[in-house]
Design a protein around this ligand. Structure first.
Ligand code: LLP
Length: 432
């Protein structure tokens, strides 16, 4: 599942000691495994082999240019949501012709940039956006390739903040309006109708919502594909991952744990979707982010203090909610394991950062392994929506990122220098 494991009581990323990386590059530190990224890409790619397809990695989950380069080298395309993300793909050497541009709020400047670069498709989320793309394409004397994002109104059974495919959400065009929007778009001479898209949510741990959504839109997709000679159907991203591999308890054979059989695997995903997709004869696009990058990264933090009160133990670390916001924002679970295992009793603790907010915690009242001040902890499954959601809150510099490949390792992003945080600010003239 991933390439972070203990060798002689020490956590390794592939063949590299994580403690060595922490010593060399400092903490907080994101560490990524190239092998895990590659394995996950291949697993999904192989599972979907029964249909012509392209995996468009969701850049929003991890935009580091080295990570994007790994995926571009594997033949992946990209799902982007801003001109900035397209810029990242270009900086990584990725091909814009393999990019799909999503997002409900594309600005004029972003549409112009994406059109100039020649993205594969604009995934359109509203009629005003469609009109805007058409206007800009006309002005630029170009043909813009488009696909409508269908909102199928299907419950995804995931966290409310990451459900996207119901009519309560701002995303996509309601199912009942889609055909009219295609008819309207077909009359616009600077547009080319290239495909159809949907995405119902993120961190889905069951296959049924995917299957339900595909079944629901299938007759319409078939009609649209025939009428407008579409090329592709994008079924979005959203494949969930295991956040509790029980490394902490020493149970490395996580797949033997109760409940492990329910895990959504690419095989299960493909087994339920391929029979529905095959007859379409369309190129199938996938937009996974978390499935590929999530378990390929960890965040390393050093223990600053172990603070014991009459009621609680707080393990205060040098990473905080500004480095990894998922626990604070979604109450997300991230496994927390020691980088070097110690003998001795486990302790029940809150692992927290140093930010002045009560929401700044990584876990609460959790049994964790024996640790001391100065030890390093690894927050697992931090490769997706980790660094990308980091901020400078409390004037804390962005952490460094390291990529590991076998025995090789290198900085993929240096630690931000603290002065860089305010380098764009000025004292306004009347205050000088
Ligand atoms: N395609 C579209 C149109 C999306 O909106 C998303 C994610 C994806 C693909 C990729 O989804 P994935 O395969 O990674 O589940 N920050 C949240 C997740 C937000 C997901 C937003 N959209 C988190 O930390 O859980």
């Amino acid at each position: 599942m991933h390439d972070f494991k203990y060798v002689g009581g020490q956590l390794f990323c592939e063949s590299v000691s994580v403690e060595g990386l922490a010593r060399k590059f400092g903490t907080p530190l994101y560490v990524y495994s190239q092998k895990t990224l590659t394995d996950h890409f291949h697993k999904l790619d192989r599972a979907m082999a029964g249909v012509p397809h392209r995996i468009c990695f969701a850049v929003k989950s991890n935009g580091n240019v080295s990570i994007l380069r790994v995926l571009a080298n594997l033949g992946g395309g990209f799902d982007i949501v801003s001109a900035g993300e397209l810029g990242r793909v270009l900086a990584a050497g990725g091909n814009p012709a393999n990019c799909v541009f999503a997002g409900a709020g594309k600005t004029e400047a972003e549409i112009e940039f994406a059109l100039e670069q020649g993205v594969y498709s604009f995934n359109v989320e509203s009629v005003p956006e469609l009109d805007r793309i058409h206007r800009i394409a006309g002005r630029r004397k170009k043909i813009a390739p488009v696909a409508m994002r269908i909102n199928p109104d299907v419950e995804a059974f995931t966290h409310s903040k990451i459900t996207t495919g119901t009519h309560e959400n701002k995303f996509g065009i309601p199912l009942e309006d889609v055909e009219a929007v295609y008819a309207r778009a077909a009359k616009m001479k600077n547009l080319r109708l290239r495909g159809v898209q949907m995405h119902i949510g993120s961190q889905l741990t069951r296959v049924s919502p995917f299957e339900k959504a595909v079944r629901k839109v299938l007759p319409m997709v078939r009609r649209l594909a025939e009428t407008y000679e579409l090329e592709f159907f994008s079924i979005g991203g959203g494949l969930g991952i295991v956040y509790q591999p029980a490394l902490a308890s020493g149970q490395e054979e996580w797949w033997r744990l109760p409940g492990a059989r329910d895990i959504l695997t690419p095989q299960k995903y493909a087994a339920s979707l391929l029979p529905l997709l095959q007859p379409l004869g369309l190129n199938i696009l996938l937009e996974p982010g978390r499935f590929i990058s999530g378990n390929a990264g960890v965040l390393i933090a050093r223990v600053e203090y172990v603070k014991k009160t009459a009621r609680k133990t707080f393990v205060i670390v040098d990473a905080a909610m500004n480095d990894l916001i998922r626990p604070a924002f979604y109450d997300a679970y991230h496994e927390i394991v020691p980088v070097r295992r110690r003998t001795g009793a486990t302790l029940k603790a809150d692992v927290v950062g140093g930010i002045c907010e009560s929401g700044d915690y990584f876990c609460k009242d959790r049994r964790i392994a024996q640790i001391r001040e100065g030890d390093c902890l690894a927050l697992l499954s931090a490769g997706a929506y980790g660094f990308v959601m980091a901020s400078n809150y409390n004037a804390r510099p962005l952490p460094a990122e390291v990529l590991v490949n076998g025995r090789k390792f290198a900085l993929a992003r240096r630690r931000q220098v603290v002065e860089e945080i305010w380098s764009g600010e000025t004292i306004v003239p009347w205050l000088k």
